[in-house]
Structures are given as structure tokens and as C-alpha cells.
Design a protein around this ligand. Structure first.
Ligand code: ZN
Length: 231
């Protein structure tokens, strides 16, 4: 085996928790910039729109990274929420005293715990997730304190030294678009990802909470970029 092959086989490797949406796709390209080898894991959790799994598969293929799908649809049977329950009308905004009904309790806890077990099997210590406290939509499992706490728990649970990376934790949606652009992934994120709660790829339906957040960030970023280009 040549020295080069040794260097490559000993290179840094990361596992991205990958949904095929704007945030995790930006994280995929962030990981490709920072690690020599990148793997993805995508979960089915009984979501109404399985089209996002197809988007994830295509993006991973085009990016040249392995795609691993795992079915966790039991999650949809654990609680009532509007992302998995076809009869429930989605909250258009966060209620004052609770998480919106688009919150899937335990989702990130399950995702990251299972991702860590899978990472361990692959001999990977670096795990990347696209959660953000800045635009966290009232989801408690997107907050930094939860991620740090779970990171410690996973290390204790498996006697490992996992590092959970959260490149989007302290940036908003406009800055997430900027990051995608800087990573050369603006068009992929704009056209190939699925963030919309109504299952429409790219710019989506335009009126669900996820589309509103994404669109607002995009418009903010584009106006900043355009005004910077004027000088
Ligand atoms: Zn939408």
C-alpha cells in the first residue's frame, strides 16, 4: 500500500445526519470541506412526505458520498404531531406556551443516538447535524445545551470520544444561505433540497412555516449579497 493510500485511509471522517433539507445539505457540504471522507445517514420517522428521502438519496449520490437509510417509523406512533399525523392541521406559528405541533418529541434524541451507534460501527467519531438554536422554531432538541448534554451521554454510553458538530447552531437562515454559497452549494441547496412541510422540493409551497423561514432567509441573504455587489 502506498504512503498516499495510508494517508487517505487514516484521514478524517465524519458522519452527517442527513434529511435532504436545506440545513443538513449545507452541513453535508461543510463536512466535505472539513473531512476527507464523509458518510450520511438518513432516517424515516413516518413523516407524511417521504419525498425528502428521495431528495437526500439523490443529493448524496451527486455529492459522491455513501447514503445509508434507516427506518425509524415507530417514532410516529409514539406521539401526536402534525409532521406524521395526516389528520392534524399544522400550526402556522409557534404557540406562546408550547412547542408547535410540528415538533416530533424525541426525534433528534433518537436520530443522534442511532447515528452515534452507526458511526461507532464505521469507526467514526465526528458526527455532524444541522440543528440551530437561532432559528429553532421552539424545538427544544435543537438547542446547544441539549446537543452538548447528549454528546456527553453518548460518550459515557459507549466509552467513546464522539464530537457532535453543529455548524449552524449560532447562525440564522440568511447566514445558512451564505454558508451554502461560500461552500459552492447554493444551487444544490436551492433546487435539490426539500424543506417544505407540504413535500414540495426547492422553493416549496411558499406558505408553510418551513417555507416561510427558508424564503425569508433567502430574501435577506440575496438583498445583502446584491447590495454588497453594488460596491
Ligand atoms: Zn412549504
Amino acid at each position: 500500500m502506498s504512503i498516499m493510500q495510508n494517508l487517505i485511509s487514516k484521514g478524517s471522517r465524519a458522519l452527517v445526519v442527513f434529511s435532504g433539507g436545506q440545513d443538513s445539505t449545507t452541513c453535508l457540504f461543510w463536512a466535505k470541506k472539513h473531512f476527507e471522507e464523509v458518510y450520511t445517514i438518513t432516517f424515516g420517522y413516518g413523516q407524511k412526505h417521504s419525498a425528502e428521502v428521495e431528495c437526500a438519496k439523490k443529493i448524496a449520490k451527486d455529492a459522491g458520498v455513501p447514503f445509508h437509510y434507516m427506518d425509524l417509523s415507530f417514532i410516529s406512533g409514539l406521539s401526536k404531531n402534525s409532521l406524521t399525523d395526516h389528520d392534524m392541521v399544522m400550526d402556522s406559528e409557534k404557540p406562546a406556551d408550547s412547542a408547535p405541533n410540528t415538533f416530533v418529541p424525541g426525534r433528534n434524541l433518537f436520530f443522534l443516538s442511532i447515528a452515534a451507534v452507526y458511526a461507532r460501527e464505521l469507526g467514526i467519531k465526528d458526527i455532524v447535524t444541522g440543528v440551530s438554536e437561532t432559528d429553532y422554531s421552539g424545538y427544544p432538541d435543537c438547542r446547544d445545551s441539549f446537543i452538548k448534554s447528549l454528546n456527553v451521554t453518548l460518550n459515557l454510553a459507549m466509552e467513546e470520544q464522539f464530537v457532535i458538530h453543529t455548524p449552524l447552531m449560532w447562525i440564522d437562515k440568511a447566514q445558512t444561505w451564505q454558508l451554502a454559497d461560500e461552500l459552492g452549494a447554493f444551487d444544490v441547496v436551492r433546487n435539490e433540497t426539500l424543506t417544505c412541510y407540504n413535500g414540495i422540493k426547492g422553493d416549496g409551497c411558499g406558505h408553510c412555516p418551513a417555507c416561510k423561514l427558508r424564503k425569508h432567509g433567502l430574501e435577506q441573504y440575496q438583498s445583502l449579497r446584491d447590495s454588497a455587489n453594488c460596491f
